[in-house]
Every structure is written in structure tokens, then in C-alpha cells.
Design a protein around this ligand. Structure first.
Ligand SMILES: *Cc1c(COP(=O)(O)O)cnc(C)c1O
Length: 376
């Protein structure tokens, strides 16, 4: 297994058999792969939402290959500094207010400025930091996603204000930034807002002495020539694919195994039913493994019969509805699997993207929930 080789960060949080093993080496591999897609670019590894559910402290040793880290939460930035991260940290939504800005200055965080009020707050406060705070400023432009950012017609005035701060306080060269809406989609050329259109709009607004930041994971993998000087991959670092190809097709390695064990075995006759709502009826006599993981543990309740699950290293199928803290799998064809057999919900055998797809969601949502449910 590529991911279980080398150093792992193991978490067995409770007496119930639930295991989250994080592989910093896989993250390092994924960073190098993304950097190779866009040589010369500066890579900001996005670690918001507690490193997409992997745990900031557990992934940090794999992140050294990144040039900067990006997140939203000032508490996360404080933890990263405490853990010894000395390279830049970018607050991807900027400061949420006066106190947040003071914290950001204390932690030497770089800042996204997505609105005039954020820019004015910085302009009025920066003097109070007495030249000790020299953040790189990222002006965010709304190029069609209509979520955050300066409207194109307001960008030049934002640029003028930032240039004034840069020269007065000797700040590093600023960055014009935007976020893509459809870079993950192989039908994107039919979308009203394409990666090419967003890219060209940003580049037309960018002064020559400014840098650019555009690429999320999807753009860095699928449209690397449009990703800009500073790329901001998130999901791909963790070995889940933004699409349209699979993680394996991109060469990405999963950075986490989420596992449990079989705690009971049922022998059911053909025609008997399993679980709530009697959703699954055994077509033939079957052995059913009961696994100590349910939706309270972050497994998606919408997973249908047939969703892949690995038992004792072999892929089999989920049968019956997910309970709060249990799920049931068909182990008729895995005679060696009994009580105590290891079960992988997602990781290096069953991809999180396969479970997500079957359940009508995306790997992002499943990963973000994994660790948070297991920290006490
Ligand atoms: C979350 C985020 C990213 C990373 O996106 P992925 O799809 O996970 O690669 C990049 N930029 C910003 C501003 C983000 O908020």
C-alpha cells in the first residue's frame, strides 16, 4: 500500500473500534505532484476546516513542501504558529473584524481583502502595528462566481489603496486573486462562467507589478496554464479528486484511512431483511457483518445498498440502511471475516470519492466530518 508505508499519525480515540490514520507522506507526495503541474508557482496548501478533517497537527509534517498555508480560522493560524510553522499563513477570507485583525497581525498572517470595508479596516489599523506587521495582501475579485470579492469596476480603486499601503509600509508585492466556479467540470465549456473567462477577466485587471492567484485543486490539475503565480489547492492535497478524473488517475494518494471493525455477525436466510426500514432483503442465504460506525461517526446516512466497503482488505458492499452508530455489510464471500475483522470505510482501498458519489455528495463533505466527530 503506498500510503501505509512510512510514518503515520494514528488516532484511536475511544474504546469503540474506530480508527483514523493520517499519512503525512501522502500529503507531501500530493504537494509535489501539484507543484510539478505548475512549475515556478508558489503553492499555498489550503488547510481550512482542520485540514479538511485530517487534523492540523497530524498533517503538518507533510506540509513542509508547501510554500504557505491557507485557512479561514484564526485559531487554526495560532495553532500552526504554536506548532512551529514559520512560512506564510494566508487568511483566505481576511480578517472578520478588528480583534481578528489584531490577532492576524500578532501571528504575521497574510490577508485576503474581499471588500472595501476589510481594506478600510486594515488601512485604519495598520499604523497601530508600528511597522512590525508586513502582510502580503491579496485583493479578491469577483469574476463571476458572485460569492466574495470586489466587483470588476471597483478593482482599480482597491488596487490604488493597496499600492498606497504597500509603499507606505513596505509590504511585499500584492496579489490579485479570484476563485473558479467550474474548474472541476468536464462540461465547463457549456457553462456561463468558464475557467478561461474568469482567468482572462482577472489578468486584464492585474497591474504588471502584481502577482496572480487563481488555481484551486481542480484548476491546478485540469487547467494548469490558467492557475496563476500562487496556486491554492485544498482537496487534492488529501488525495481526494475534485473531478472530473479519479484521484488514482491524477496520481493522488489518499492521506487518511477511516476504519472500524466488525462487532457482530448475522446469518440471514434468503428472504430475510436487514436494518431500519427493511431496505435490504437477502436474495440468498448471507453472512452479514455489523460494523461499529454509523452516521454519528461521519458515515453518510444516504449511502445506498452496494456502496463499497472493504472488509479484511477485500471490497464488498454495504447492505441496509446506516444506523446512528452501526452499518451492515455483506461478508458472504469473505469467510475469513468474523468479529474483530478490520473494516475500511474509506482510505487507500475504498476511495472516499466512491463512497461520496454513491451517497450523492462529494469527498470534501465526508473528509471534513471525519476527524471532527472523533475528537473529544
Ligand atoms: C477552499 C479554498 C480553496 C481550495 O479549494 P479546493 O477545491 O479544495 O482545492 C482555494 N481557495 C480558496 C479561497 C478556498 O476557500
Amino acid at each position: 500500500m503506498p500510503c501505509t508505508a512510512g510514518f503515520t499519525q494514528n488516532s484511536h480515540f475511544m474504546s469503540r473500534p474506530l480508527f483514523v490514520d493520517v499519512f503525512p507522506h501522502a500529503i507531501e507526495h500530493n504537494i509535489r505532484l501539484l507543484k510539478a503541474k505548475r512549475a515556478q508557482s508558489h503553492l499555498i496548501a489550503v488547510v481550512k476546516a482542520n485540514a479538511y478533517g485530517h487534523g492540523l497537527s497530524k498533517v503538518l509534517s507533510g506540509l513542509n513542501a508547501a510554500d504557505s498555508l491557507g485557512l479561514l480560522e484564526i485559531e487554526g493560524a495560532a495553532l500552526l504558529r504554536q506548532l512551529g510553522w514559520k512560512k506564510p499563513i494566508l487568511l483566505l477570507e481576511g480578517a472578520f473584524g478588528h480583534d481578528d485583525l489584531a490577532q492576524a497581525a500578532h501571528l504575521s498572517c497574510d490577508l485576503v481583502l474581499h471588500s472595501d470595508s476589510q481594506l478600510d479596516l486594515l488601512a485604519s489599523q495598520i499604523v497601530s502595528f508600528a511597522g512590525r506587521y508586513r502582510p502580503r495582501l491579496y485583493l479578491k475579485v469577483n469574476t463571476g462566481m458572485n460569492r466574495l470579492g470586489f466587483a470588476p469596476e471597483d478593482v482599480q480603486s482597491g488596487i490604488r489603496k493597496i499600492n498606497a499601503l504597500v509603499s507606505q509600509y513596505e509590504l511585499p508585492p500584492p496579489v490579485l486573486m479570484t476563485h473558479f466556479a467550474n474548474a472541476d467540470d468536464d462540461t465547463e465549456t457549456c457553462k456561463p462562467v468558464t475557467t478561461r473567462v474568469q482567468h482572462d477577466m482577472l489578468m486584464a485587471l492585474k497591474p504588471n507589478d502584481w502577482l496572480s492567484s487563481l488555481g484551486n485543486s481542480a484548476a491546478t490539475l485540469n487547467h494548469n496554464h490558467l492557475a496563476g503565480d500562487f496556486v491554492r489547492p485544498g482537496i487534492a492535497l488529501y488525495g481526494s479528486s475534485p473531478g472530473p478524473l479519479t484521484a488514482t488517475e491524477y496520481g493522488l494518494r489518499p492521506a487518511l484511512n477511516f476504519e472500524s471493525e466488525i462487532i457482530a455477525v448475522q446469518s440471514v436466510k434468503a428472504g430475510q431483511w436487514v436494518g431500519y426500514g427493511s431496505r435490504w432483503c437477502a436474495p440468498v442465504d448471507s453472512r452479514i457483518g455489523v460494523v461499529a460506525c454509523g452516521y454519528a461517526d461521519g458515515y453518510p446516512r444516504h449511502a445506498p445498498d452496494g456502496t463499497p466497503v472493504a472488509v479484511a482488505g477485500e471490497i464488498t458492499q454495504l447492505v441496509g440502511r446506516i444506523s446512528m452508530d452501526m452499518l451492515t455489510v455483506d461478508i458472504s464471500h469473505i469467510p475469513a471475516a468474523g468479529v474483530g475483522a478490520r473494516v475500511q470505510l474509506w482510505g487507500d482501498i475504498v476511495s472516499v470519492d466512491a463512497v461520496a458519489k454513491a451517497s450523492g455528495t462529494i469527498g470534501y463533505e465526508l473528509l471534513c466530518a471525519t476527524m471532527s466527530r472523533h475528537i473529544r
